[in-house]
Design a protein around this ligand. Sequence first.
Ligand SMILES: [Zn+2]
Length: 151
Amino acid sequence: MEQNRHKGRHGCSDLLFGCMDFRLRRAMNEFLEPCISNGGCDEVRFPGVAKALLDDQIGPMALDAIRIGVEKHGVRRVMLVNHRDCGAYGGSDAFHSTEAERAQHENDLRRAAELLRKEFPDVAVELFFAESSDGGETFKVEPLGEGISIR
Ligand SMILES: [Zn+2]
């Protein structure tokens, strides 16, 4: 054990807030590898992610979970990862086009980021979307476009 970064206490700088969907596991592992190598990250899972944060009932519970990471572990960056064909949104079938589905997720992610920014002003919020081009068989986590990352 050469590492003594957290001598006598434990902490990590990143928190992932992702969906519970089992299909994301492989993509998430790949996505999280840099965080894991860099001391690990907290993980919170709620179906729908951004939708959960914006929900009147689930939102406060999700915020409480994030708060534990921020206050107890020193989290400084929260990564929100919504995904294609999410059951909490009714899946891809609930949308009339792939573009409309994507737009809904991006809009919710931005609103959720605003909420987090108010709640945790010192924490960076980064937004991601796990895209699937094969109907939900496999996913790839991608950052949302420029200007969406909020500090
Ligand atoms: Zn989902």
